[in-house]
Design a protein around this ligand. Structure first.
Ligand code: NAD
Length: 498
């Protein structure tokens, strides 16, 4: 059975029978390059938005803790369907089995987080300067939320948004990547199971999936009935969405590209650093927004670290992500493999020295050997996010210089330092340290945890999803004043008698 056939049979097992089209974008698996039926694209976008608006009018009246109950049930259904969903992530996005399972676990974790949140949508109470008044800030539901997601986190990113949006009182319209529609439909089916158990106070259209490509994302982003567009993907896409949404004075929450670095200092524990580099530079075949792309290592430890990484890379098991021993699966498609080849050629042109990897593996699917390239400086190719497993190595002498190098790229998502020096660690975390949204000490740049807000700065879009107070993006803040006196003091010092 081909990988895409297996994906379709899992979908069928989950009770989903999508409408297929004679022509159009075939469903595909990067595992073996197999192609399956094309899905019918959603035609009636206007109807989808209208249904979401109607759902909003009902859902905002349901008390937030009750909304949390739906998300709690969804978490239960996700636990029950974890193996199937994870397998679909493997088949459609090419992630190794443990990463597929990890992705679904993130969905479950954010559901748990959101359930607690549904009783903690706190506002402030404020002392009023006017006698007999009280003032408070109340967080109100916002309206339909559009979630545009990327292929490389085909389900977790939607869940980060949806779990928060739902407890905040907002329905969700999901435009998944055109490369991973089956996983999205499966997720919707799991959500429908939770809805069936929840009862009648959940309106129709609380969560809807739109099958389509970039054009569908563009049309929905322009729709003024959608107050918040949460988009995850390339910087190119983010720029387009930001402009469209800003033009109608809507709100966007953007999670875009990364070009993440690790600084390794002379005092670093190199055993830990080697493991952290390998995990964060080659995991998901270099297709994570938080993938480690730049290794900034002190001159004195560079040779030792590069030597050990070379040995580790040479023994990396690259292959079918379904196989237990595989640590690196395929790139998403042939275009991604071409981008990998082009970036390596450009790196060599720009003075880079190939240390290891870089070859394409034969057979079906776009399998490549992760590469390490030593670069003389942060040239154009180093400053660009190539969504493939290429690690650029650069050296430095002074710690301040390393921090400057870390910050000298347009992207600002995740960053880390490996050091045993408290001074270096704290300097890295200080106001003049890392300029990224995520800054880690003695742990690599990838592997987000639900509790903290996730996101970056600069070209990354500046959005924050998932934990901490990220929920505020999904609500509107209202300052409320109540006069419980018999006077009408308008404002301090103002007299207005009629
Ligand atoms: P992509 O930008 O090609 O597509 C992402 C989504 O945007 C898809 O659903 C696509 O259909 C849609 N889209 C594309 N152009 C659009 C437009 N003009 N208007 C509206 N929608 C549009 O990205 P990809 O190749 O699927 O994913 C890889 C990228 O995503 C990388 O840059 C990666 O760093 C980034 N990413 C970021 C995060 C994060 O949290 N920061 C997480 C995952 C992926």
């Amino acid at each position: 059975m081909t990988a895409i056939d297996e994906a379709w049979s899992i979908l069928k097992g989950l009770g989903v029978t999508p409408r297929t089209a004679e022509a159009g974008r075939a469903s595909r698996s990067p595992v073996d390059g197999s192609a399956g039926p094309a899905l019918t694209e959603t035609a009636d976008l206007d109807g989808i938005v209208a249904c979401s608006v109607a759902a909003f009018h009902a859902w905002r009246r349901v008390p937030a803790p009750r909304r949390g109950e739906l998300v709690r049930l969804f978490g239960e259904e996700l636990r029950a369907a974890k193996a199937d969903l994870a397998r679909l992530v493997t088949l459609e996005a090419g992630k190794i089995t443990s990463e597929g399972l990890g992705e679904v676990q993130e969905m479950i974790d954010v559901c748990d987080f959101a359930v607690g949140l549904s009783r903690q949508l706190y506002g402030l109470t404020l002392p009023s300067e006017r006698p007999g008044h009280h003032m408070r800030e109340t967080w109100q539901p916002l309206g339909p939320v559009l979630v545009i997601s990327a292929f490389n986190f085909p389900v977790a990113v939607w869940a980060w948004n949806a779990a928060l949006a739902l407890v905040c009182g907002d329905p969700v319209i999901w435009k998944p990547s055109e490369k991973t529609p089956l996983t999205a439909l499966a997720t919707q089916a799991v959500f429908d199971r939770a809805l069936a158990r929840f009862g009648g106070d959940a309106p129709e259209g609380l969560s809807q999936v739109v099958i389509g490509g970039r054009e569908a994302g563009e049309a929905l982003s322009a729709d003024a009935r959608i107050p918040l567009v949460s988009a995850t993907g390339s910087t190119r896409m983010g720029r387009a969405v930001a402009q469209t949404v800003a033009a109608r004075l809507g709100r966007s929450l953007l999670e875009l590209g990364g070009n993440n670095a690790m600084i390794v200092t002379p005092s670093a524990d190199l055993d830990m650093a080697v493991r952290a580099v390998a995990f964060s530079a080659v995991g998901t075949c270099g297709q994570r927004c938080t993938t480690l792309r730049r290794l900034l290592v002190h001159e004195d430890v560079a040779e030792a670290l590069i030597g050990r990484l070379k040995a580790a890379y040479e023994s990396l098991p690259v292959g079918d992500p379904r196989e237990e021993g595989s640590l690196v699966g395929p790139l998403i498609d042939a275009d991604a493999a071409e981008a990998f080849d082009r970036a390596l050629a450009q790196a060599v042109d720009e003075g880079g020295e190939m240390i290891v990897g870089g070859a394409r593996l034969g057979g079906d699917g776009a399998y490549v050997r992760p590469a390490i390239v030593r670069m003389p400086a942060q040239t154009a190719v180093v400053r660009h996010e190539t969504f493939a497993p290429i690690l650029y190595v650069l050296t430095w002498r002074e710690f301040d210089q390393a921090v400057e190098m870390q910050n000298a790229v347009p992207q600002g998502l995740s960053s880390c330092v490996f050091t045993d020096s408290v001074r270096e660690a704290e300097a890295f975390l200080s106001a003049w340290g890392s300029d990224c949204g995520i800054a880690n000490v003695n742990i690599g740049p990838s592997g987000a945890e639900i509790g903290g807000a996730f996101g970056g700065e600069k070209d990354t879009g500046g959005g924050r999803e998932s934990g901490s107070d990220a929920w505020k993006a999904y609500m509107r803040r209202q300052t409320q004043t109540v006069n419980f006196s018999r006077d009408l003091p308008l404002a301090q010092g103002v007299k207005f008698e009629v």
